[in-house]
Design a protein around this ligand. Structure first.
Ligand code: ADP
Ligand code: MG
Length: 700
């Protein structure tokens, strides 16, 4: 299959026959533009499909024109003049037997003016507008009236400045001529799923006949579109299956120690596991005993108790003689995990080490030595864990907390850290990802089919649901009084400052000001402050004091958004809640209600609210179920934004729509199984056509 950077020659974008001299080492400006559009080789051009069409197959009468129409007429030029008021512009009038149409150009060439010689018969095409003196077209395209009419609708492609439609059309038509369009699906599959042949579908979409239903075309509902969307979804499923097969073919060390460290840890806990936690612990245990790497996503709402599950998995791995790394997205969370895990595990003689970017060089060096020698059995840290220079003696299990906060590349680096020995016999560490942002199951199946999923669907006993209050900004004083009452009862509160998107400096300033004003309003209380720009030591010290009850009210930016666990805190105030996303608000609310006290979350907002903001706050008010919140979030934002580019990589579909094409997703999943089982020799060709360049994402 030819796949080379598109070369400049417009008539043969990347033909094998291009003379070598034309291929320069540096891509030309045109090739760069094409690459930005994702057009790198002829196969890419073939699947660069129109997003709308123009009808140049017929000429209509002037009297049938209506504002908003895209139309083509033929008429004689009646007049043509250059105006200077209100601005310089070229104006012309054309007429057919039925009426007169005004034409206008704000920029024009002398040659255009010459074409508009009165008396001449012209073909004029453009969008009709209701103008000052009757209907007009601004910047219409004009041509000779005797040229043949188009036989099919004219495609309009996504393009960019400096690459005009006609040029792009030529490149695409050229690719359609030279690329092998033969089918990648056997006839039996096409028949079972009622699919058009690929070449027929693709040619149809580039050049549909004028008789087609325009709505079916642009809404992606035509059978030709169905074939394309099916192919795309199928490729996704096949690629994920391939990723799974690759993982099964990898080697990992089975982690089944003879000791009883995990049991001893469980006995030493001040609580017993919920049935949901116990089930998940058993699932992970089963995975760890296998000789290929685990890749499991542990989902569970905020506060359901994922950390202890991670600790028990770690204990099992350590018992089997392996090292375990736990990585958290923020320093605050990493430090909290470190303290908690050390509390739990050090009494059982496990050596726990700590690695972050902000550590003193000396400390870091000695910790690195412990990690490299294997003395440190459990290593807790931030992204610093995957930096170069961190060597593990025998890394057997990697745990990623709040995995949605990490990018695909970070996750990849983490899993490569543990590859020992020469491929293909390298040992890959087992991986456990944890997330409180639940991904609806259907979405997870589509995007993460290679992950096994465990769900904790139960909160520890004795928890009361957090009461959510929506309070308009002018009632700020009542909120402050509420803090006072809460602290008198021996509880603590968070006050989260608004996001200021325009400027981080402004955001910090707001936090500093808020602390000052709250301290003034609540002179008897200890009001602390934590934000991202504080030195790590200071941040950690503040968090420790809040944890220990030495601070009553913690003013914070979103640095406390994920993971922070202070069960005595029972009040969460979020200022300008309308500026936060749904998932974020749910995470923030999850910082309270972690103990047995009745907790509340006050969402302060500034009126007037936009429609979306109102929907979001309503969702927060109506439900506290993380899965339901995720469902609504997905509904409001669509899967692309919901998963975030960082998580979904390039995997989002170009043509299929995850929400409206649910049935097609199911069919594609079935077809993927069938194709792999009955026609394995076809799989490669299909993947080459549709899934080029995404392999790396799929491996993560
Ligand atoms: P998350 O799932 O949000 O990471 P954590 O692991 O931080 O939740 O747990 C929240 C709180 O619940 C912690 O204080 C933890 O010690 C406590 N916890 C966890 N499991 C149980 C349980 N089975 N019974 C009682 N409390 C528990
Ligand atoms: Mg957590």
């Amino acid at each position: 299959m030819l796949c080379r950077l598109a070369v400049v020659n417009t008539s043969s974008p990347c033909a094998e026959s291009s003379p070598p001299a034309k291929r320069s080492a540096r891509p030309s400006p045109l090739a760069r533009k094409l690459a930005q559009l994702g057009l790198r080789c002829p196969e890419d051009f073939v699947v660069h499909l129109p997003f709308r069409y123009e009808d140049e197959t017929r000429v209509v009468s002037v009297s049938s024109l209506r504002p908003g129409m895209n139309a083509q007429i033929e008429g004689h030029v009646i007049g043509c003049q250059v105006d200077f008021r209100p601005r310089r512009q070229l104006r012309a009038q054309v007429a057919d037997d039925t009426g007169l149409l005004n034409l206008r150009w704000l920029n024009f060439y002398a040659s255009q003016r010459k074409q508009l010689t009165p008396g001449r018969l012209l073909r004029v095409r453009g969008e009709v507008r209701g103008g000052f003196s009757g209907l007009e077209m601004v910047h219409p395209r004009i041509g000779r009236a005797d040229s043949p009419l188009a036989e099919s609708l004219t495609p309009v492609y996504a393009t960019m400045q400096g690459l005009a439609q006609p040029a792009l059309r030529r490149l695409i038509d050229d690719a359609l001529q030279r690329v092998d369009l033969s089918d990648t699906l056997p006839l039996a599959i096409r028949q079972r799923y009622e699919l058009l042949p690929f070449d027929q579908a693709i040619k149809f979409l580039h050049h549909p006949p004028p008789s087609v239903s325009y709505d079916e075309l642009v809404e992606h509902e035509h059978p030709a579109w169905r074939r394309i969307k099916f192919d795309e979804l199928l490729a996704q499923q096949l690629a994920l299956a391939a990723a799974r097969a690759r993982r099964r073919a990898q080697h990992a060390r089975p982690l089944c120690g003879a000791g009883d460290l995990a049991e001893r840890l469980e006995r030493s806990l001040p609580f017993s596991l919920t049935p949901a936690q116990a089930r998940v612990v058993a699932e992970i245990r089963g995975d760890l005993e296998r000789d290929y790497p685990m890749l499991r996503l542990l989902q569970g709402d905020v506060g359901c108790g994922k950390t202890v599950v991670a600790a028990l998995a770690a204990a099992r791995a350590i018992d089997a003689g392996a090292q375990v790394a736990i990585m958290a997205p923020t320093e605050i969370l990493a430090e909290q995990h470190f303290r908690k895990l050390a509390d739990w595990l050090e009494p059982l003689d496990v050596r726990v080490a700590w690695l972050t970017g902000s550590q003193r060089v000396g400390d870091r060096r000695s910790n690195l030595r412990d990690v490299a020698s294997g003395d440190a059995q459990l290593v807790v840290g931030t992204q610093a864990l995957i930096q170069d220079g961190v060597e593990f003696a025998d890394l057997g299990l990697v745990i990623l907390d709040e995995q949605h906060r990490f990018g695909v590349d970070q996750r990849l680096r983490l899993s490569r850290k543990g590859e020992m020995g020469a491929l293909p016999d390298a040992l890959i560490p087992h991986q456990l990802h944890m997330s409180a942002t639940p991904i609806p199951r259907s979405l997870a199946m589509t995007f993460f089919a290679d992950l096994d999923i465990s769900v904790i669907d139960q909160l520890p006993p004795g928890r009361h649901p957090v009461i959510t209050k929506l309070v308009a900004e002018p009632r700020r004083d009542e909120v402050i009084a509420r803090i006072m009452a809460e602290v008198r009862r021996g509880r603590q509160a968070y006050w989260v400052c608004p996001l200021v998107e325009e400027s981080e400096a402004l955001q910090l300033q707001t936090a500093v000001d808020t602390q000052a004003s709250l301290a003034a309003a609540l002179p008897d209380l200890r009001v602390g402050l934590v934000h991202g720009r504080l030195p790590a030591a200071e941040k950690n010290e503040t968090m420790r004091r809040f944890q220990a009850g030495g601070i009553d009210v913690l003013v914070a930016t979103t640095v406390i958004e994920v993971g922070v666990d202070v069960p005595n805190a029972s009040l969460m105030v979020v200022e300008h809640a309308e500026r936060f996303g749904l998932a974020q608000l749910h995470q923030l609310r999850g910082r309270v209600g972690r103990g047995t006290a009745q907790s509340a979350c006050v969402l302060m907002y500034q009126a007037p609210l936009s429609k979306v903001a109102r929907e979001r706050l309503r969702a927060m008010y109506e439900t506290s179920d993380g899965f339901e919140i995720a469902r609504r979030d997905l509904e409001q934002r669509g899967p692309g934004e919901f998963l975030g580019v960082r998580q979904s990589g390039e995997a989002l579909f170009r043509f299929a729509n995850f929400e409206t094409d649910g049935r097609l997703v199911e069919s594609a999943r079935d077809a993927a199984r069938e194709l792999s089982a009955a026609y394995p020799e076809w799989v490669g060709a299909h993947l080459r056509r549709w899934a080029r360049g995404r392999e790396d994402f799929l491996r993560s």
